[in-house]
Write a protein that binds this ligand. Structure first.
Ligand SMILES: [Fe+2]
Ligand SMILES: [Fe+2]
Length: 356
């Protein structure tokens, strides 16, 4: 007697109920709960879930279809077997549509009923296990969703922190490099504000040209750093008061490339590197380091070149103690328009120079 399970037997005929109970107990280690009406059966099922419900369809004042529906409401996995009189064969179809597991004629042999009881109990076990599994899956999904939301929040926080750290690092780098560039200017008391003045002139030209704010910002950064490469040139050349020898000129002409090489590893300054490298290129191709010509020179570098040259003319230098007067410097810029300088940039320069 390895079979086990709880069976609810709803039968209004006392002797039939007892006979059936006796049969069931003989087939397996079942617990049989006997009820004599549909109402009492409902109450029993609501108190404890049964593995199988057997209903005698001749129950007085009971609509079996309705009873089956209510049993399903109480236990969605309810497996019900209905016992029918021979005369009730048409009822079998109606009950089948109402979700009954099996209908069995009272005249059916004991073996058939035993098989149906056994199968019904197994089916209930499977349905219950499947429901528990589904519930578990739903709970797991909810837990995972909660965890996902939590993780998404943490990732967002981490990304914000990372962006902040990157921005801090970026501004620390910028400050360090700017200090470095200012140190270069400070080596020569004649050029101590050179980069600062170049920023002022170049930004004024770029604004007059109505360049986008991002391009103006890049030009501003490039101006601050444009002579950074002079770090690699000795004071004996940089501060020399007499004319430079060809060899010394060669050293001076290396500073745009040295500056670009110092900045190249800093990826956030990618767009600035080219401007630093090209700030001594001439519009007619006679400049250095690459001898680039016309539009082959970056627009920002052409602007910086005009601002840089004008600033140099307007400042005292170790080799020229008296700076050029404003008119003379402007005339010099005009004179070199189309050769050293981009004529278009010179036009914009002339529109702003009075306010510089
Ligand atoms: Fe320079
Ligand atoms: Fe310069």
């Amino acid at each position: 007697m390895s079979n086990a399970g709880k069976i609810l037997l709803i039968c209004d005929n006392k002797s039939s109920s007892s006979h059936l109970k006796e049969q069931l107990l003989g087939w397996g280690n079942y617990t049989v709960i006997e009820e004599s009406s549909g109402q009492a059966g409902m109450v029993s099922l609501s108190r404890c879930i049964c593995d199988l419900v057997i209903i005698n369809c001749t129950l007085p004042e009971t609509d079996t279809v309705l009873l089956l529906r209510e049993l399903k409401n109480t236990d969605p996995d309810c497996v019900a077997v209905v016992l029918l009189e021979t005369s009730q064969t048409d009822k079998a179809v109606e009950l089948a549509e109402s979700g009954v597991f099996e209908t069995v004629s009272r005249e059916a042999g004991a073996e058939k009923l035993r098989f149906i009881v056994d199968s019904g109990i197994k089916l209930h076990g499977l349905l219950s296990a499947s429901r528990r599994l589904n519930l578990g899956l739903v709970e797991n999904n909810l837990a995972l969703e909660k965890q996902n939301t939590l993780l998404a929040g943490r990732i967002e926080d981490a990304t914000t922190n990372l962006s902040r750290l990157y921005e801090d690092l970026r501004s620390t780098y910028m400050r360090t490099i700017k200090v470095l560039a200012q140190t270069i200017d400070a080596r020569d008391h004649y050029t101590h504000s050179h980069s600062e003045n170049v920023v002022h002139y170049a930004v004024a030209i770029a604004k007059e040209m109505k360049l986008p704010a991002r391009d103006i910002e890049l030009i501003r950064q490039a101006c601050e750093l444009h002579d950074l490469g002079k770090i690699g040139i000795g004071d004996s050349i940089l501060l020399k008061t007499s004319s430079l020898t060809p060899l010394e000129w060669e050293q001076i002409r290396k500073h745009p490339v040295i500056g670009a090489q110092i900045l190249e590893p800093l990826t956030f300054l990618n767009a600035v590197v080219g401007l630093v490298r090209q700030h001594h290129e001439h519009y007619d191709g006679s400049g250095y380091p690459e001898g680039r010509k016309g539009d082959d020179i970056l627009l920002g570098a052409r602007i910086i070149h005009v601002a840089d040259a004008y600033e140099a003319m307007r400042s005292a230098r170790s080799y020229r103690k008296i700076p050029l007067m404003k008119d003379a410097a402007v005339l010099e810029v005009k004179r070199n328009s189309g050769t050293q300088f981009d004529p278009r940039i010179v036009d914009f320069f002339l529109r702003v120079v009075d306010n510089l």
